[in-house]
Structures are given as C-alpha cells and as structure tokens.
Design a protein around this ligand. Sequence first.
Ligand SMILES: Cc1cc2nc3c(=O)[nH]c(=O)nc-3n(C[C@H](O)[C@H](O)[C@H](O)COP(=O)(O)O)c2cc1C
Length: 144
Amino acid sequence: MLSKLIYASQAVRPCSESDLESLLVAARRHNASHGLSGLLLYANQSFLQILEGELDELTALYARIVSDARHTRLRLLVSAPISTRKFACWSMGFEQIDERQMSASLPGFMPACEYPLVNPALIRDGVVAETLLDLYQRNAQQPA
Ligand SMILES: Cc1cc2nc3c(=O)[nH]c(=O)nc-3n(C[C@H](O)[C@H](O)[C@H](O)COP(=O)(O)O)c2cc1C
C-alpha cells in the first residue's frame, strides 16, 4: 500500500556540509532503488523528513533511521496511506535552512535558535509538519 511517513528528530551534534552530503548520497541511492521518495529539511540541528513509498519499504527504512546514532528524540508525526506521491521527483529532496545567509541578506531575520522552524519541540503536529514540507517542496534542490 502506497503510504507516507513524517518524523522529526534532533541531530546529536551540528551537521557539517560533508555530514549532510554523505547522508544524502547514501539515502538517495537506497531510496531510488527501493521506490522511496521524499524531502529532508535540516536547520539548527533539527531534522524533519517525509518519506513516501510502499508501506513495507517505509517500515524497514524507518527502523534503520530510528537506530541511527546521528540523531535522537525521533517523533513519528504522520503514518498514513496516500493515493499519489507529492515528492515523486525526489529520491530525497533536501533543503538546509541557512540562517547565517538569511541573517546577512535579511535585516532583522531571527535565527532559528531564537525562532526554531524545524525544532521537534515545536513541530508536534502532523498537519503543521506536512504544511512546512509542502512549502519547502517548491524550493528544494533536485538531486545531482
Ligand atoms: C535524518 C536522517 C535521515 C535519513 N534518511 C534516510 C533515507 O531517506 N534513506 C536512507 O536509506 N537512509 C536514510 N538515513 C540513513 C539511515 O539512518 C541508515 O544510516 C542507512 O539507511 C543505512 O542503514 P544501515 O547502516 O542499517 O545499513 C537517514 C539518516 C538520518 C540521520
């Protein structure tokens, strides 16, 4: 059954560009060969991810993600059947909310440590999480 899964989590330490790149390269390779699609948001040491695919594939991947030592405080927000994919083009789209860049270009921009966009303490509600992921879907980078 085609399904979606959304969870929030906290990275155990700030992720560097190369941490994120190696995570994404491996994730995209696996997801592409297992019919999985989705989007991963990262900001201020917090992750928010949507995964779409067959339920057995999602369940197997989520079990691996849960036991991944790179993050903690996972909260499953949504697990539900879907009729169509919203993120079909992405084996794993990715958006990093770059606060330093935004602070430089947007006077008065409040960094996420003061106004957390993706912090799992804030994203407690599945509808809020999905709305945020949908908004970023428009801007997310295509895989290389
Ligand atoms: C925030 C986060 C998101 C991840 N997303 C995926 C993903 O979409 N696909 C994937 O295959 N691995 C993903 N991973 C990596 C998995 O947790 C795991 O390391 C990988 O599937 C390899 O599993 P294995 O070491 O049990 O073989 C993610 C890890 C983190 C921390």
